[in-house]
Design a protein around this ligand. Structure first.
Ligand code: NDP
Length: 412
């Protein structure tokens, strides 16, 4: 029986989530899209013809406003596709109404550019007691990358030694400078110190200070930089055997040049400054000047390639000894998706970053609604069986491929 679902937010990612839910009409029967600016929700709703969709205005920073919407609409799950700032307020509303929750990015307080899972993991007991489920980080990275890692562990590794998540956007949107998802969240993430995990400790490095050329299959060889990404935190928690975990992302020279200048002149600051007697947060002002991520799709060309490289060991299937006398075989494995910006635009009038985030958000919700993933409490994606997710994700637009052995070693 198709379900009612509340989507909060009406930006680039929400546009994809809503349309993908409508495509999966066996599971999603009716949508309410609620956001700060209702006109944007209406634009998305108008693209959907096959299931009922309504819209509403909500300030999701206000838990009671969200709870009132939930009481009125009675959804089976709330998809938080607004911003990380709203995570806790929406989780509170879900607790107050006994409703399942899903998001694509972990909580970050507005006044500190710092994100980590502790704030949301702290809801574990309350969600458990209420008998409801929170699925955290159901986008691509985090999200698909967590499922890829769980799939690799389940099928190909007894022990994972290293994990390198690599994220390449080899697209061109034709603008001098723009961010592919919310500019505020994106710039806060990239201008902070980088971090990676090694032998039980987090190593902190200056922003964009570790670089390597990586050859992304089917796409390009691109300079890639180590930065901290939230799925590293949950993956080393749930696979504690991992000795080293890093996250790499491509940035073009033009992007870095613009970002460096903006940072040097103070435009990426998140503390208020007085301007003509008014408090202005420079990064919020900058966001108002930059293109909306949802507007980038039309002339976007090129592809993304995002995947996970893992090394580790697997028991030799025959139980025979290898050259060193060990019965474990060394494994290198790479699993990835390639997504084309122009194809995404043709299908849902959005670009590939929004698409690769929105499809796993829909499928994560579908896993919960169909009971393929079930339980009470707060969960990261890798805590569930990856197989049903991996079996379906290709059908919804994010086909995956895998490579083994020396060819799978893309990062050193
Ligand atoms: P956008 O800026 O395009 O959209 C955000 C939407 O949230 C806007 O419609 C905005 O409203 C709405 N919103 C903001 N604050 C509130 C509020 N207080 N109440 C109600 N609505 C609000 O961002 P994206 O679509 O690019 O990103 C959405 C989310 O996806 C972000 O959390 C981002 O971090 C995450 N993301 C996750 C990825 C992953 O792979 N896991 C990758 C990319 C993004 P308004 O229109 O009025 O501004």
């Amino acid at each position: 029986m198709p379900n009612k679902v509340l989507i909060i937010g009406a930006g680039g990612v929400a546009n994809v989530v809503a349309q993908k839910c409508a495509q999966n009409s066996e599971v999603f029967g009716e949508l309410l899209i609620a956001s700060r600016t209702e006109s944007k929700a209406k634009t998305i709703a108008e693209r959907i013809k096959n299931i009922p969709v309504s819209t509403a205005k909500v300030d999701a920073d206000k838990s009671q406003e969200v709870a009132a919407l939930i009481k009125d609409f009675q959804p089976k799950i709330v998809l938080n596709i607004a911003l990380p700032y709203q995570d806790l307020a929406i989780m509170d509303a879900c607790l107050a109404t006994g409703t399942n929750y899903l998001d694509t990015a972990n909580y970050e307080p507005k006044e500190i550019a710092h994100f980590e899972y502790s704030w949301q993991w702290a809801y574990q007991e309350r969600f458990k007691k209420a008998g409801i489920l929170a699925l955290l980080g159901s986008g691509f990275d985090p999200g698909m990358t967590n499922v890829y890692t769980a799939y690799a562990k389940k099928h190909y590794f007894d022990k994972i030694d290293t994990l390198d998540i690599i994220d390449c956007n080899n697209g061109d949107h034709g603008k001098a400078f723009a961010t592919n998802f919310n500019p505020e969240i994106n710039i806060r993430e990239i201008t902070q110190n980088g971090r990676f995990y090694k032998n039980g400790e987090w190593k902190e490095i200056p922003p964009l200070s570790i670089r390597q050329d990586i050859s992304y299959p089917e796409v390009a060889t691109r300079g890639s930089y180590v930065l901290f990404h939230e799925e590293l935190e949950s993956l080393v928690k749930h696979f504690p055997e991992i000795e080293q975990a890093r996250f790499w992302m491509t940035f073009g020279d033009e992007y870095i040049k613009h970002l460096t200048v903006l940072k040097n002149v103070g435009m990426t600051r998140i503390d208020p400054v007085k301007f003509k007697g008014t408090d202005i947060v420079p990064l919020e002002f900058l966001k108002a000047l930059l293109p909306e991520p949802s507007s980038l799709g039309e002339n976007y060309s090129g592809k993304t390639c995002i995947g996970c490289q893992l090394t580790g060991t697997k028991k030799n299937a025959n139980g025979t000894k290898d050259a060193n006398g060990a019965i474990h075989e060394k494994q290198t494995y790479f699993v990835y998706n390639v997504c084309d910006h122009a194809e995404c635009y043709k299908e849902v009038q959005g670009q590939a970053i929004a698409y690769t985030t929105g499809v796993p958000a829909m499928l994560g919700a579908s896993m919960v609604l169909t009971g393929k993933w079930s339980g009470a409490g707060v969960f990261n994606m890798e805590q569930f069986d990856p197989d049903p997710f991996m079996a379906e994700i290709g059908k919804w637009g994010l086909a995956w491929k895998e490579i083994f052995g020396d060819e799978a070693r893309l990062v050193n």
